[in-house]
Design a binder for this molecule. Sequence first.
Ligand code: SF4
Ligand code: SF4
Ligand code: SF4
Length: 449
Amino acid sequence: MAGPQQNREGNLEAPTRHAIDWKSADYYDEDKVLSEMERVFDICHGCRRCVSLCQSFPTLFDLIDESDTLEVDGVDKGDYGKVADQCYLCDMCYMAKCPYVPPHQFNVDFPHLMLQYKAIQHRKTGGSFRDKLFSSTDTLGKLAGIPLVTETVNAVNHWKPAREIMEKQLGVDKDAWLPSFADHKFRNSARPNETFEAKAGERTPGKVALFATCYVNFNEPGMGEDLVKVLEHNEIPWTIAEKEVCCGMPKLEQGDLDSVESLKRVNIPHLAKLAREGYALLALVPSCTLMFKQELPLMFPDDEEVALVRDAFWDPFNYLVQRQKDGLLKTDFREGLGKVAYHTPCHGRVQNIGKKTEEFLKSIPDTEVSTTERCSGHAGTYGIKKEFHKNSMKIGRPVFRQMNQVEPDFISSDCPLGGHHIAQGIEENHQNNPALSHPISLVRKAYGL
Ligand code: SF4
Ligand code: SF4
Ligand code: SF4
């Protein structure tokens, strides 16, 4: 029985995805979502392909196996939330595993079903203080970025007794890696440079506009500066969005769709203006790119500006590779990178662009790249929560092992948070401490800039 989806696993073709009907009253009908969950859980029970992807599936299968009937109908619907709680919307089950996604008649979209359940719970409860705090990356960044406050926050983040209090009061695992806040913001120090002539290639626009992302802006501005160096070395004019706030992915992960819309209202007009002017829009965090390329267009399918932004958004390494193919990128690398253990993040993989970062790093002479394609387990705010941190370390264990095994000179992931999580995992599990560097920082190094 060869259905249209049968050969889809592992290939790069995007399946059909339905828009998220989150504005309709029906979307918030709890009984309906629970019966849809029962239907999908039953299909998953018969399939079990996703058992090793995350904790959602083992949680579901345990609930079924421990029920009186040994079938989904024996599971108390009050326990369905336990499955949804373990889903951090990485999208891997949908994009890489599931043979029953639309247009298959079973019409299974596991992540967006979990999202719907979360959205209903969020409307009912308003979400926890911790979840609200840690998904407010903008507010957090602005507050923590005030001189003196920065030092205090960084000290607290790394001071054991304070972390124990945070664990008790906030439910933030005391052992989870937390980002430090930088002493300057990327957006404040960035000096757009449009002095070069914009040379459009067959495949690529000739000028770039950066969406800084909260992480680069507040936590690791150096990564943004590395990207700027690479662009300027290649004589690509660049600018930055006039105003920006968080892309909304952390709010989406909590099911807080109204906040996603508020953030979208700020970002989209500025980005759409740049898209209209012919800029390629680039963000260094794959989750943010995915937000603009997939989730917002599914939440706002009739919004022309959202579609414009989607079409102008690029994964930065896809842009560099296509630029290379256009013959418009310099190859005057001065330094090989040695052995790079590279992790391709879920939110990069589900963009269906192929392994562009790996391809680019491999084009650098004297560089050996070994790639790991499983989830690191960090997954947004999931890995820092007390109740999930241990699971996130468990999910990442095969990644830590595989990347450590190659005895790398560098470990690297496009997902900066995932990268730190892997570094922590390698240190804890293998007592090793290889240098962690974002792929764009490695490119800057290879150019000798
Ligand atoms: S989207 Fe990711 S985290 Fe959620 S159920 Fe699928 S694989 Fe698990
Ligand atoms: S999401 Fe799809 S592939 Fe994964 S267990 Fe369920 S039915 Fe199987
Ligand atoms: S940690 Fe990175 S790889 Fe894992 S879900 Fe998040 S974005 Fe994807």
